[in-house]
Write a protein that binds this ligand. Structure first.
Ligand SMILES: NC(=O)c1ccc[n+]([C@@H]2O[C@H](COP(=O)([O-])OP(=O)(O)OC[C@H]3O[C@@H](n4cnc5c(N)ncnc54)[C@H](O)[C@@H]3O)[C@@H](O)[C@H]2O)c1
Length: 373
């Protein structure tokens, strides 16, 4: 495996590195880890990587790696740079024949995501999109139980993703400049919906199997001189009987990483909270709440395959990400894997279409806006 970005002090790089090792399927061989080559070399040296395969940039990475004999060449490349680089880098890598493991949001625009989807098909490579939270055993159990009809016909699906970390930044124009997620040149069209709203949206479509038809949204930039949303609500319409909502905020003061999802059916409901990921709550009328936990025989195959420790040994974000890596490894090796083992470029297209519809709805006066897919 190779890595682009994810170098010294990056946020999510370490999660990818550790996750890739957990399943013992990948070895980090090299990469272009940083904008600063010296810092990249120091980082690689600390990890005891081969300096010959620590490259100054992605172009050199591709040129040098593709010149190697096939059995020596890096097979899969992880893209963990700021958002605006995902599309050009993923495109280059796919065209050069690498399998790609990419961070979200997959591109800057929906049209770019569609283009990547076509390239993935054309070049027959595996493309994994790291919507990390879909790797949790209890999220997979939720998906299984919904598919098995345990909560009956779905009537409502809501996801909330609240963080507060932009509150100390947003009120000071100088401080804003230190945050690339608030810079349209680096973040793309959206801050909040692109960064975390899209995770919440993906969680709904992942767990329910529903397809969102249209959205009505209200986004907030908080200040006129702040170009990107930092908070927003989107009503979702799946079909006429089934409604839902994504609400996301990065100015929900003092919230940490409060992602939760709740799905309500005719026979009951299922709820999951990212900050307590080992509990899945099953609600039924007239019954006490049932709490399901990983590592127990009552769980289905998907959750069981995603659990590495015996019951009572909490697993977290590294393990969840590792499950996406394990799914992608099976796909790369041509082995059978369960549907939903890892999000794909299809999820990327859906996510980008959601982001664009949400932005358009809010801009056009909070009108219902179709997700044409
Ligand atoms: N899946 C998740 O839960 C999750 C969580 C956090 C971040 N992310 C996503 O991961 C991506 C990275 O976010 P982050 O918070 O780790 O960012 P970051 O700013 O902490 O790290 C970015 C890294 O990319 C490197 N980089 C930038 N430009 C580069 C280039 N041209 N070539 C090589 N390296 C380059 C930087 O030097 C840095 O090491 C974002 O797209 C973000 O949306 C996803």
């Amino acid at each position: 495996m190779g890595m682009i970005g994810g170098g010294h002090s990056s946020f999510i790089g370490i999660v990818h590195r550790i996750a890739s090792y957990i399943g013992e399927e990948y070895t980090l061989i090299g990469g272009a880890f940083d904008t600063d080559y010296e810092r990249a070399q120091a980082f690689a040296s600390k990890l005891e990587l081969n300096p010959e395969r620590t490259y100054p940039d992605i172009d050199t990475f591709i040129t040098k790696e593709t010149a190697l004999p096939a059995h020596e060449r890096i097979e899969a490349v992880v893209v963990v740079t700021p958002n605006f680089l995902h599309y050009p880098m993923a495109k280059q890598l796919i065209q050069a024949g690498f399998h790609v493991i990419c961070e979200k949001p997959v591109t800057n625009t929906a049209a770019e995501a569609v283009e990547l989807e076509e390239l993935v098909a054309k070049h027959q490579i595996v493309f994994a999109l790291t919507h990390t939270y879909t790797g949790y055993p209890m999220v997979r159990q939720m998906k299984t139980m919904i598919a098995e009809g345990v909560i009956g016909k779905i009537q409502r699906a809501d996801a909330q993703y609240y963080q507060g970390w932009i509150n100390p930044v947003i009120h000071d124009v100088e401080k804003r400049k230190t945050v690339w997620r608030l810079d349209p040149d680096k973040a793309g069209q959206s801050c909040c919906m692109g960064d975390i709203g899209v995770h919440a949206f993906n969680m709904i479509e992942y767990t329910t199997g529903l397809t969102t038809q249209k959205v009505l949204s209200d986004l907030n930039t908080l200040y006129n001189n702040n170009p990107l949303d930092v908070d927003g609500t989107a009503l979702l319409r799946f079909d006429d009987e089934v409604r839902g909502m994504v609400r996301a905020s990065q100015i929900a003061t003092a919230e940490e990483n409060n992602l939760c999802i709740a799905v309500y059916g005719t026979e009951g409901a299922l709820k999951w909270e990212q900050e307590n990921p080992n509990y899945l709550y099953h609600l039924r009328e007239g019954h006490p709440i049932n709490v399901l936990k990983p590592g127990n025989a009552y769980n289905g195959k998907m959750a069981t395959e995603a659990t590495k420790m015996p019951p009572g040994h909490p697993e977290g974000i590294f393990d969840s990400m590792a499950n996406l890596y394990l799914g992608a490894a099976k796909a790369i090796r041509g082995e059978a894997y369960l549907k939903g083992a890892f999000p794909t470029i299809r999820d990327g297209v859906r996510g980008m279409k959601f982001i664009e519809a949400t932005l358009a709805s809010s801009k056009n006066g909070n009108v219902w806006t179709p997700i044409n897919d």
